[in-house]
Design a protein around this ligand. Structure first.
Ligand SMILES: [Ca+2]
Length: 452
Protein backbone atom coordinates (compact mmCIF):
# COMPACT_ATOMS: atom_id res chain seq x y z
CA UNK A 1 0.00 0.00 0.00
CA UNK A 2 1.59 3.27 -1.13
CA UNK A 3 1.46 6.63 0.72
CA UNK A 4 -1.22 7.95 -1.68
CA UNK A 5 -3.53 5.06 -0.93
CA UNK A 6 -2.96 5.56 2.78
CA UNK A 7 -4.00 9.20 2.60
CA UNK A 8 -7.10 8.19 0.70
CA UNK A 9 -7.91 5.59 3.32
CA UNK A 10 -7.61 8.28 6.04
CA UNK A 11 -10.38 10.28 4.39
CA UNK A 12 -12.66 7.39 3.56
CA UNK A 13 -12.28 5.29 6.66
CA UNK A 14 -13.58 7.79 9.25
CA UNK A 15 -17.24 7.05 8.59
CA UNK A 16 -17.15 3.25 8.44
CA UNK A 17 -15.75 1.24 11.24
CA UNK A 18 -16.82 -2.01 9.61
CA UNK A 19 -14.82 -1.17 6.46
CA UNK A 20 -11.62 -0.88 8.51
CA UNK A 21 -12.36 -4.13 10.25
CA UNK A 22 -12.60 -5.99 6.96
CA UNK A 23 -9.23 -4.50 5.93
CA UNK A 24 -7.71 -5.48 9.22
CA UNK A 25 -8.58 -9.05 8.59
CA UNK A 26 -6.42 -8.95 5.47
CA UNK A 27 -3.48 -7.02 7.05
CA UNK A 28 -2.09 -7.95 10.55
CA UNK A 29 -0.76 -4.37 11.03
CA UNK A 30 -4.22 -2.96 10.56
CA UNK A 31 -5.64 -5.57 12.90
CA UNK A 32 -3.24 -4.53 15.65
CA UNK A 33 -4.11 -0.85 15.16
CA UNK A 34 -7.82 -1.53 15.18
CA UNK A 35 -7.70 -3.41 18.50
CA UNK A 36 -6.09 -0.49 20.33
CA UNK A 37 -9.19 1.78 20.44
CA UNK A 38 -11.46 -1.16 21.24
CA UNK A 39 -9.66 -1.54 24.59
CA UNK A 40 -10.79 1.92 25.60
CA UNK A 41 -14.38 2.10 24.51
CA UNK A 42 -16.37 0.23 21.90
CA UNK A 43 -18.86 3.11 21.66
CA UNK A 44 -16.19 5.60 20.49
CA UNK A 45 -15.66 3.74 17.23
CA UNK A 46 -16.93 6.60 15.16
CA UNK A 47 -13.60 8.26 14.06
CA UNK A 48 -10.71 6.07 13.17
CA UNK A 49 -7.60 7.47 11.40
CA UNK A 50 -5.11 5.22 9.85
CA UNK A 51 -2.23 7.59 9.05
CA UNK A 52 1.50 6.86 8.75
CA UNK A 53 3.70 8.89 11.12
CA UNK A 54 5.28 11.02 8.38
CA UNK A 55 1.91 12.02 7.01
CA UNK A 56 0.64 13.61 10.19
CA UNK A 57 3.52 16.03 10.83
CA UNK A 58 1.88 18.74 8.76
CA UNK A 59 -1.52 20.36 9.15
CA UNK A 60 -4.54 18.15 8.67
CA UNK A 61 -7.07 19.47 6.13
CA UNK A 62 -10.62 18.55 6.58
CA UNK A 63 -12.73 18.15 3.48
CA UNK A 64 -14.93 21.04 2.73
CA UNK A 65 -17.77 18.65 2.02
CA UNK A 66 -18.31 18.09 5.80
CA UNK A 67 -20.29 21.14 6.79
CA UNK A 68 -21.57 20.21 10.21
CA UNK A 69 -19.60 20.78 13.46
CA UNK A 70 -20.22 17.27 14.33
CA UNK A 71 -18.15 16.05 11.38
CA UNK A 72 -15.16 18.49 11.75
CA UNK A 73 -11.74 17.26 13.02
CA UNK A 74 -10.91 18.89 16.31
CA UNK A 75 -7.56 19.38 18.07
CA UNK A 76 -8.74 16.86 20.56
CA UNK A 77 -9.00 14.29 17.83
CA UNK A 78 -5.45 15.05 16.70
CA UNK A 79 -4.19 14.67 20.26
CA UNK A 80 -6.05 11.44 20.52
CA UNK A 81 -4.46 10.16 17.32
CA UNK A 82 -1.01 11.22 18.56
CA UNK A 83 -1.62 9.52 21.81
CA UNK A 84 -2.65 6.41 19.97
CA UNK A 85 0.42 6.57 17.79
CA UNK A 86 2.77 6.95 20.71
CA UNK A 87 1.09 3.98 22.41
CA UNK A 88 1.56 2.00 19.20
CA UNK A 89 5.23 3.03 19.10
CA UNK A 90 5.74 1.82 22.64
CA UNK A 91 3.99 -1.35 21.78
CA UNK A 92 6.27 -1.77 18.77
CA UNK A 93 9.30 -1.28 21.00
CA UNK A 94 7.98 -3.80 23.47
CA UNK A 95 7.44 -6.21 20.59
CA UNK A 96 10.94 -5.54 19.34
CA UNK A 97 12.29 -6.32 22.81
CA UNK A 98 10.24 -9.51 22.87
CA UNK A 99 11.66 -10.47 19.48
CA UNK A 100 15.19 -9.74 20.73
CA UNK A 101 14.59 -11.89 23.83
CA UNK A 102 13.13 -14.60 21.61
CA UNK A 103 16.25 -14.44 19.42
CA UNK A 104 18.48 -14.80 22.46
CA UNK A 105 16.43 -17.77 23.58
CA UNK A 106 16.78 -19.34 20.15
CA UNK A 107 20.57 -18.88 20.27
CA UNK A 108 20.65 -20.31 23.73
CA UNK A 109 18.57 -23.24 22.53
CA UNK A 110 20.96 -23.76 19.63
CA UNK A 111 23.92 -23.77 22.02
CA UNK A 112 22.15 -26.23 24.29
CA UNK A 113 21.35 -28.45 21.33
CA UNK A 114 24.98 -28.38 20.26
CA UNK A 115 26.07 -29.18 23.79
CA UNK A 116 23.57 -32.01 23.91
CA UNK A 117 24.94 -33.39 20.65
CA UNK A 118 28.45 -33.21 22.11
CA UNK A 119 27.27 -34.94 25.26
CA UNK A 120 25.64 -37.63 23.17
CA UNK A 121 28.79 -38.28 21.21
CA UNK A 122 30.79 -38.31 24.47
CA UNK A 123 28.35 -40.81 25.98
CA UNK A 124 28.61 -42.94 22.85
CA UNK A 125 32.38 -42.84 23.08
CA UNK A 126 32.30 -43.84 26.75
CA UNK A 127 29.88 -46.62 25.95
CA UNK A 128 32.21 -47.92 23.26
CA UNK A 129 35.10 -47.76 25.70
CA UNK A 130 33.10 -49.66 28.25
CA UNK A 131 32.23 -52.31 25.69
CA UNK A 132 35.87 -52.58 24.74
CA UNK A 133 36.87 -52.94 28.40
CA UNK A 134 34.25 -55.63 28.94
CA UNK A 135 35.46 -57.54 25.89
CA UNK A 136 39.06 -57.19 26.99
CA UNK A 137 38.23 -58.44 30.48
CA UNK A 138 36.34 -61.35 29.05
CA UNK A 139 39.38 -62.16 26.90
CA UNK A 140 41.62 -61.96 29.98
CA UNK A 141 39.40 -64.26 31.96
CA UNK A 142 39.36 -66.64 29.01
CA UNK A 143 43.14 -66.56 28.90
CA UNK A 144 43.28 -67.15 32.66
CA UNK A 145 40.95 -70.09 32.31
CA UNK A 146 43.15 -71.50 29.55
CA UNK A 147 46.22 -71.05 31.72
CA UNK A 148 44.51 -72.76 34.63
CA UNK A 149 43.59 -75.63 32.38
CA UNK A 150 47.16 -75.91 31.21
CA UNK A 151 48.48 -75.92 34.81
CA UNK A 152 45.94 -78.58 35.70
CA UNK A 153 47.00 -80.62 32.68
CA UNK A 154 50.67 -80.27 33.61
CA UNK A 155 49.93 -81.30 37.19
CA UNK A 156 47.95 -84.28 36.00
CA UNK A 157 50.79 -85.20 33.63
CA UNK A 158 53.40 -84.97 36.38
CA UNK A 159 51.21 -87.06 38.67
CA UNK A 160 50.81 -89.58 35.88
CA UNK A 161 54.59 -89.63 35.34
CA UNK A 162 55.24 -90.00 39.07
CA UNK A 163 52.83 -92.88 39.17
CA UNK A 164 54.49 -94.38 36.10
CA UNK A 165 57.89 -93.92 37.74
CA UNK A 166 56.69 -95.74 40.87
CA UNK A 167 55.27 -98.48 38.69
CA UNK A 168 58.60 -98.84 36.88
CA UNK A 169 60.45 -98.87 40.18
CA UNK A 170 58.23 -101.68 41.41
CA UNK A 171 58.75 -103.59 38.18
CA UNK A 172 62.48 -103.01 38.43
CA UNK A 173 62.52 -104.34 41.99
CA UNK A 174 60.48 -107.36 40.87
CA UNK A 175 62.86 -108.02 37.96
CA UNK A 176 65.87 -107.60 40.24
CA UNK A 177 64.30 -110.20 42.53
CA UNK A 178 63.78 -112.55 39.58
CA UNK A 179 67.39 -112.09 38.51
CA UNK A 180 68.49 -112.77 42.08
CA UNK A 181 66.47 -115.95 42.25
CA UNK A 182 67.64 -117.09 38.82
CA UNK A 183 71.26 -116.42 39.70
CA UNK A 184 70.87 -118.39 42.91
CA UNK A 185 69.21 -121.20 40.97
CA UNK A 186 71.95 -121.21 38.33
CA UNK A 187 74.57 -121.27 41.08
CA UNK A 188 72.83 -124.23 42.74
CA UNK A 189 72.52 -126.05 39.41
CA UNK A 190 76.15 -125.37 38.63
CA UNK A 191 77.11 -126.75 42.01
CA UNK A 192 75.09 -129.91 41.36
CA UNK A 193 76.63 -130.27 37.94
CA UNK A 194 80.05 -129.90 39.45
CA UNK A 195 79.22 -132.58 42.01
CA UNK A 196 78.02 -135.00 39.32
CA UNK A 197 80.93 -134.13 37.10
CA UNK A 198 83.35 -134.38 40.01
CA UNK A 199 82.49 -138.07 40.52
CA UNK A 200 83.87 -138.86 37.12
CA UNK A 201 86.90 -136.57 37.21
CA UNK A 202 88.84 -135.96 40.40
CA UNK A 203 90.00 -132.44 41.08
CA UNK A 204 93.41 -131.81 42.60
CA UNK A 205 92.83 -131.66 46.39
CA UNK A 206 94.83 -128.52 46.96
CA UNK A 207 92.98 -126.51 44.30
CA UNK A 208 90.20 -124.32 45.70
CA UNK A 209 87.70 -122.22 43.82
CA UNK A 210 89.38 -120.49 40.92
CA UNK A 211 90.80 -117.11 41.74
CA UNK A 212 89.69 -114.70 39.11
CA UNK A 213 90.56 -111.15 38.26
CA UNK A 214 87.90 -109.22 40.16
CA UNK A 215 88.77 -105.60 39.48
CA UNK A 216 86.30 -104.22 36.92
CA UNK A 217 87.76 -103.49 33.50
CA UNK A 218 86.30 -100.02 33.12
CA UNK A 219 88.44 -98.21 35.65
CA UNK A 220 89.47 -94.58 35.24
CA UNK A 221 93.08 -94.71 33.97
CA UNK A 222 94.34 -91.78 35.97
CA UNK A 223 93.18 -93.11 39.30
CA UNK A 224 95.86 -95.14 41.08
CA UNK A 225 94.49 -98.61 41.41
CA UNK A 226 96.67 -99.80 44.17
CA UNK A 227 97.99 -97.60 46.94
CA UNK A 228 99.31 -99.14 50.09
CA UNK A 229 100.99 -95.96 51.14
CA UNK A 230 98.46 -93.81 52.96
CA UNK A 231 99.32 -90.14 52.83
CA UNK A 232 100.47 -88.41 55.95
CA UNK A 233 100.86 -84.79 56.87
CA UNK A 234 101.96 -82.73 59.81
CA UNK A 235 98.64 -81.99 61.48
CA UNK A 236 98.44 -82.55 65.18
CA UNK A 237 96.93 -86.03 65.57
CA UNK A 238 93.69 -86.53 67.51
CA UNK A 239 92.57 -89.86 68.97
CA UNK A 240 89.61 -89.93 66.52
CA UNK A 241 87.36 -87.69 64.39
CA UNK A 242 85.13 -86.74 67.31
CA UNK A 243 88.16 -85.42 69.19
CA UNK A 244 89.12 -83.41 66.10
CA UNK A 245 85.60 -82.05 65.86
CA UNK A 246 85.58 -81.12 69.52
CA UNK A 247 88.91 -79.34 68.98
CA UNK A 248 87.14 -77.11 66.48
CA UNK A 249 87.67 -78.97 63.20
CA UNK A 250 84.12 -79.03 61.92
CA UNK A 251 84.78 -79.68 58.22
CA UNK A 252 84.67 -83.11 56.64
CA UNK A 253 87.98 -84.14 55.11
CA UNK A 254 91.28 -85.88 55.61
CA UNK A 255 92.62 -85.86 59.18
CA UNK A 256 95.59 -87.35 60.94
CA UNK A 257 94.57 -89.34 63.99
CA UNK A 258 96.49 -91.43 66.45
CA UNK A 259 94.59 -93.86 68.65
CA UNK A 260 95.96 -94.13 72.16
CA UNK A 261 97.76 -97.47 71.65
CA UNK A 262 98.72 -96.95 68.03
CA UNK A 263 102.49 -96.76 67.44
CA UNK A 264 102.09 -93.99 64.84
CA UNK A 265 99.42 -91.66 63.48
CA UNK A 266 97.24 -92.64 60.54
CA UNK A 267 95.27 -90.70 58.01
CA UNK A 268 91.50 -91.05 57.89
CA UNK A 269 88.49 -89.33 56.38
CA UNK A 270 86.38 -87.57 59.01
CA UNK A 271 82.69 -87.12 58.31
CA UNK A 272 81.83 -84.04 60.33
CA UNK A 273 78.58 -83.06 58.64
CA UNK A 274 76.34 -86.09 58.87
CA UNK A 275 74.32 -86.98 61.96
CA UNK A 276 76.19 -84.57 64.22
CA UNK A 277 79.62 -85.39 62.77
CA UNK A 278 82.59 -86.93 64.59
CA UNK A 279 82.45 -90.07 62.43
CA UNK A 280 85.72 -91.84 61.63
CA UNK A 281 85.36 -93.54 58.24
CA UNK A 282 86.94 -97.01 58.29
CA UNK A 283 85.85 -98.12 54.81
CA UNK A 284 84.75 -96.33 51.65
CA UNK A 285 83.58 -97.59 48.24
CA UNK A 286 82.37 -95.41 45.44
CA UNK A 287 83.96 -95.96 42.03
CA UNK A 288 85.73 -99.29 41.89
CA UNK A 289 89.11 -97.58 41.71
CA UNK A 290 90.64 -99.78 44.41
CA UNK A 291 91.08 -103.55 44.33
CA UNK A 292 89.61 -105.03 47.52
CA UNK A 293 90.51 -108.63 46.74
CA UNK A 294 93.58 -108.70 48.97
CA UNK A 295 95.50 -110.81 51.48
CA UNK A 296 95.63 -110.75 55.25
CA UNK A 297 98.53 -108.34 55.64
CA UNK A 298 96.92 -105.86 53.33
CA UNK A 299 93.63 -105.93 55.24
CA UNK A 300 95.55 -105.70 58.51
CA UNK A 301 97.50 -102.57 57.62
CA UNK A 302 94.98 -100.90 55.34
CA UNK A 303 95.03 -99.71 51.71
CA UNK A 304 93.52 -97.27 49.24
CA UNK A 305 93.15 -93.47 48.99
CA UNK A 306 91.75 -91.52 51.88
CA UNK A 307 89.85 -89.15 49.59
CA UNK A 308 88.54 -92.05 47.49
CA UNK A 309 88.12 -95.75 48.20
CA UNK A 310 90.00 -97.22 51.12
CA UNK A 311 90.14 -99.69 53.98
CA UNK A 312 91.54 -98.20 57.18
CA UNK A 313 93.13 -101.46 58.35
CA UNK A 314 92.08 -104.06 60.94
CA UNK A 315 94.81 -103.10 63.38
CA UNK A 316 93.87 -99.43 63.26
CA UNK A 317 90.16 -100.22 63.66
CA UNK A 318 91.02 -102.49 66.58
CA UNK A 319 93.09 -99.72 68.23
CA UNK A 320 90.32 -97.19 67.73
CA UNK A 321 87.85 -99.54 69.40
CA UNK A 322 90.18 -100.02 72.35
CA UNK A 323 89.82 -96.35 73.30
CA UNK A 324 86.22 -96.54 74.42
CA UNK A 325 82.70 -97.47 73.44
CA UNK A 326 82.01 -96.93 69.74
CA UNK A 327 78.97 -97.38 67.58
CA UNK A 328 78.95 -98.40 63.91
CA UNK A 329 77.17 -96.82 60.98
CA UNK A 330 76.86 -98.38 57.51
CA UNK A 331 75.73 -95.95 54.82
CA UNK A 332 74.58 -97.47 51.52
CA UNK A 333 73.71 -95.71 48.28
CA UNK A 334 71.97 -97.53 45.44
CA UNK A 335 72.14 -96.73 41.72
CA UNK A 336 69.02 -94.61 41.93
CA UNK A 337 70.89 -92.31 44.30
CA UNK A 338 68.85 -93.40 47.31
CA UNK A 339 70.69 -93.65 50.61
CA UNK A 340 69.84 -96.04 53.43
CA UNK A 341 71.66 -96.85 56.63
CA UNK A 342 72.19 -99.51 59.24
CA UNK A 343 73.44 -98.53 62.66
CA UNK A 344 74.67 -100.82 65.42
CA UNK A 345 74.59 -99.61 69.00
CA UNK A 346 78.10 -100.83 69.79
CA UNK A 347 81.15 -101.94 67.86
CA UNK A 348 84.65 -103.20 68.48
CA UNK A 349 87.10 -105.80 67.21
CA UNK A 350 89.00 -108.40 69.19
CA UNK A 351 92.80 -108.50 68.78
CA UNK A 352 94.60 -110.13 65.88
CA UNK A 353 95.15 -113.27 67.94
CA UNK A 354 91.35 -113.62 67.87
CA UNK A 355 91.24 -113.02 64.17
CA UNK A 356 89.85 -109.49 64.70
CA UNK A 357 86.54 -111.02 65.71
CA UNK A 358 83.56 -108.70 65.13
CA UNK A 359 81.50 -107.53 68.11
CA UNK A 360 78.27 -105.72 67.31
CA UNK A 361 75.39 -104.23 69.30
CA UNK A 362 71.77 -104.04 68.27
CA UNK A 363 70.60 -102.95 64.85
CA UNK A 364 68.67 -99.82 64.00
CA UNK A 365 68.03 -98.27 60.58
CA UNK A 366 66.21 -98.57 57.27
CA UNK A 367 68.58 -100.78 55.25
CA UNK A 368 67.69 -103.99 57.03
CA UNK A 369 69.95 -105.96 59.33
CA UNK A 370 72.39 -107.83 57.10
CA UNK A 371 75.35 -107.76 59.46
CA UNK A 372 74.14 -109.38 62.70
CA UNK A 373 74.66 -112.84 61.14
CA UNK A 374 78.37 -111.94 60.97
CA UNK A 375 78.51 -110.91 64.61
CA UNK A 376 81.11 -112.87 66.55
CA UNK A 377 82.91 -114.02 63.38
CA UNK A 378 86.61 -113.73 62.68
CA UNK A 379 87.98 -111.92 59.67
CA UNK A 380 88.72 -114.03 56.61
CA UNK A 381 90.88 -113.25 53.61
CA UNK A 382 91.78 -115.41 50.68
CA UNK A 383 94.96 -116.47 52.49
CA UNK A 384 93.42 -116.92 55.95
CA UNK A 385 90.18 -118.86 56.10
CA UNK A 386 88.37 -118.34 59.41
CA UNK A 387 84.80 -118.52 58.14
CA UNK A 388 82.12 -121.07 58.90
CA UNK A 389 81.86 -122.35 55.33
CA UNK A 390 83.46 -125.52 54.01
CA UNK A 391 85.35 -123.51 51.41
CA UNK A 392 86.84 -120.04 51.71
CA UNK A 393 84.19 -117.35 51.44
CA UNK A 394 86.82 -114.82 50.41
CA UNK A 395 87.44 -116.89 47.30
CA UNK A 396 83.79 -116.85 46.30
CA UNK A 397 82.93 -113.35 47.37
CA UNK A 398 86.29 -111.91 46.35
CA UNK A 399 87.03 -109.70 49.29
CA UNK A 400 87.90 -109.83 52.97
CA UNK A 401 85.16 -109.84 55.62
CA UNK A 402 83.92 -111.31 58.86
CA UNK A 403 82.38 -114.12 56.81
CA UNK A 404 80.02 -116.59 58.39
CA UNK A 405 79.01 -119.07 55.68
CA UNK A 406 79.20 -116.72 53.95
CA UNK A 407 76.65 -114.13 55.13
CA UNK A 408 74.20 -111.44 54.18
CA UNK A 409 76.69 -108.70 53.45
CA UNK A 410 79.81 -108.35 51.32
CA UNK A 411 80.82 -104.71 51.45
CA UNK A 412 84.44 -105.46 50.41
CA UNK A 413 83.31 -107.30 47.27
CA UNK A 414 83.58 -106.37 43.61
CA UNK A 415 82.30 -102.94 42.55
CA UNK A 416 79.86 -103.50 39.69
CA UNK A 417 78.18 -100.74 37.73
CA UNK A 418 74.43 -100.44 37.45
CA UNK A 419 73.23 -102.39 40.47
CA UNK A 420 72.03 -105.81 39.35
CA UNK A 421 75.01 -107.85 38.17
CA UNK A 422 75.60 -111.22 36.60
CA UNK A 423 78.32 -113.33 38.14
CA UNK A 424 78.99 -116.95 38.93
CA UNK A 425 79.02 -116.15 42.64
CA UNK A 426 77.59 -113.44 44.76
CA UNK A 427 80.70 -111.39 44.80
CA UNK A 428 79.31 -107.85 44.38
CA UNK A 429 79.05 -105.20 47.07
CA UNK A 430 75.74 -106.44 48.36
CA UNK A 431 73.61 -105.96 51.45
CA UNK A 432 71.10 -108.79 51.15
CA UNK A 433 68.33 -107.06 53.08
CA UNK A 434 68.50 -104.14 50.67
CA UNK A 435 68.52 -105.27 47.04
CA UNK A 436 69.46 -108.91 47.48
CA UNK A 437 72.69 -110.78 46.86
CA UNK A 438 72.92 -109.79 43.18
CA UNK A 439 72.51 -106.08 43.58
CA UNK A 440 75.80 -104.27 43.92
CA UNK A 441 75.70 -100.92 45.70
CA UNK A 442 76.97 -97.77 44.07
CA UNK A 443 78.58 -96.40 47.20
CA UNK A 444 79.23 -97.60 50.73
CA UNK A 445 80.78 -96.04 53.80
CA UNK A 446 81.42 -97.72 57.13
CA UNK A 447 82.16 -95.36 60.00
CA UNK A 448 82.45 -95.38 63.78
CA UNK A 449 81.96 -92.83 66.49
CA UNK A 450 82.17 -92.86 70.29
CA UNK A 451 78.80 -93.50 71.95
CA UNK A 452 77.32 -90.26 73.36
CA1 LIG B 1 86.06 -121.79 55.49
Amino acid sequence: MGPGACGLLALLGLSLCTGAESLAEENPLLSRIRRAPSQNDEAKCSYTFLVPQQKITGPICAARGFATDKDRVTRLDVASVRDLLSRQRREMETLKLVVDVDGNLVNEMKLLRKESRNMNSRVTQLYMQLLHEIIRKRDNSLELAQLETRVLNATAESLRLASRYRELETRFAALAGVVNNQSSLIAALEERCAQVYGRRRERPAAEGPPLVQVVPENLPVTVPRFTNEIQRDNERPYRDCLAAQEAGFGDSGMYLIKPDEAPRPMQVWCEQGMDGGGWTVIQSRRDGSINFFRNWDSYKSGFGNIDGEYWLGLEGIYKLGRQGDYKLLVELEDWMGKKVYAQYSSFHLEPEAEGYRLRLGTYQGNAGDSLSSNNGKQFTTLDRDKDGYAGNCAHFQKGGWWYNSCGQANLNGVWYTGGVYRSKYQDGIFWADYGGGFYSMKAVRIMIRPID
